[in-house]
Design a protein around this ligand. Structure first.
Ligand SMILES: Nc1ncnc2c1ncn2[C@@H]1O[C@H](COP(=O)(O)OP(=O)(O)O)[C@@H](O)[C@H]1O
Ligand SMILES: [Mg+2]
Length: 258
C-alpha cells in the first residue's frame, strides 16, 4: 500500500477536494483505495459518498486508539463495489490533540496492519500544524501541498516545510515531498501570477507543473459527492475535469514508479 497526504495548515486550499478526486481516480483505475479522514469536519467523508455514513462503524479516531476495526466499504454511483473503503472523520478526532496517550505513531501502525488489503491510501488532515498532521506525515510515503496562490496562503508554507523536514528527519526518512500544487487559480489575477513566480524563485522545482483553476463546477461536484469529470457541463466544466485528471494522473504515476 502506498500512502499519500494532501497537506497544508490552512483551510479552504483544496486538501479535501484533491483527496476526494484522487481517491475517485485511483478507484476508477481499479486500485483498491483506503480513504482516511482526519478532519473533524468530515468533508472528505461526505465528498466521497451521498450515502449516510455510520459514524460508529469505522471512525478515524479508532486508528489512534488501537481498536482494530475494518474500514467502512464505500458504495455509490462513482465507486465500484469493493474498490474503496473509509475511516470517517468526525468531531471526536479532537481527542487525538487533547489526549497525550494517543500517539501520532499509532496511525502509522494501524495503517500498516491494513496495508495488505489496499493498494492506495489517501489521508486528508485537518487545517492545522498539529498532532494529526504530524501523524499523517509519519504514516505517509508521499506528500502534496495544495495551496491557493494568495499572499496569506503562501506565508505559512515555510512552517509547513519545516514540519515536514522535522518529521522526515526524526520518524519517516522515506517520506517524499512531491511538491506544491497551485489550486483555485484565477488566471486574470496579476497578483497571483507574481506570487507563483516568487514561489518558483524561493523554492525552485517545488511547483508541480499541473495547476487547477478556480471553477464553480469543482465545488458543485464536491457538493454532489461526484468527481468533476463525471458531470456534464460546458467548456469550463470540461477544463476543470481535464486539469483534475491530469493532476491525479501525474501524482499516481509518480507514486507507482518512485
Ligand atoms: N479549484 C477549485 N475551484 C472551485 N472550488 C474549489 C476549488 N478547489 C476547492 N474548491 C472548493 O473550496 C472549498 C474548500 O476546499 P477544500 O478542499 O474543502 O479545502 P481544505 O480541505 O483545504 O479546507 C470547497 O467547497 C471546495 O469544493
Ligand atoms: Mg478539508
Amino acid at each position: 500500500m502506498k500512502t499519500i497526504v494532501f497537506a497544508i495548515q490552512k483551510g479552504g486550499q483544496g486538501k479535501s477536494m484533491l483527496a476526494t478526486h484522487f481517491a475517485f481516480y485511483a478507484a476508477e483505475l481499479k486500485h483498491s483505495v483506503l480513504a482516511v479522514d482526519l478532519d473533524g469536519q468530515g468533508n472528505f467523508s461526505r465528498n466521497l459518498t451521498t450515502e449516510a455514513i455510520d459514524k460508529e462503524a469505522s471512525p478515524a479516531l479508532s486508528l489512534f486508539e488501537g481498536r482494530k476495526r475494518p474500514a467502512l466499504p464505500l458504495s455509490g454511483k462513482f465507486i465500484a463495489p469493493g474498490s474503496a473503503a473509509l475511516f470517517s472523520g468526525d468531531h471526536r478526532l479532537v481527542r487525538v490533540d487533547e489526549v497525550p496517550k494517543l500517539l501520532p505513531e499509532s496511525l502509522r501502525d494501524s495503517l500498516q496492519s491494513l496495508a495488505p488489503s489496499f493498494d492506495i491510501c489517501v489521508i486528508d488532515p485537518p487545517p492545522t500544524l498539529g498532532k494529526r498532521l504530524r501523524a499523517a506525515l509519519m504514516a505517509a510515503d508521499y506528500v502534496v501541498m495544495p495551496f491557493a496562490p494568495a499572499r496569506e496562503s503562501v506565508d505559512g508554507l515555510g512552517d509547513l516545510m519545516d514540519t515536514i523536514e522535522a518529521v522526515k528527519k526524526e520518524y519517516n526518512p522515506a517520506l517524499q515531498v512531491l511538491g506544491l500544487l497551485a489550486n483555485k487559480i484565477n488566471s486574470r489575477s496579476l497578483d497571483e501570477k507574481k506570487t507563483l513566480e516568487q514561489i518558483e524563485l524561493a523554492a525552485p522545482g517545488m511547483l508541480l507543473p499541473t495547476r487547477i483553476h478556480e471553477r464553480t463546477s469543482i465545488s458543485s461536484a464536491m457538493a454532489a459527492s461526484q468527481p468533476v469529470w463525471a458531470r456534464s457541463g460546458g467548456a469550463s466544466q470540461r477544463l476543470a475535469a481535464q486539469e483534475l485528471r491530469a493532476a491525479c494522473a501525474s501524482i499516481l504515476k509518480t507514486m507507482l514508479i518512485k
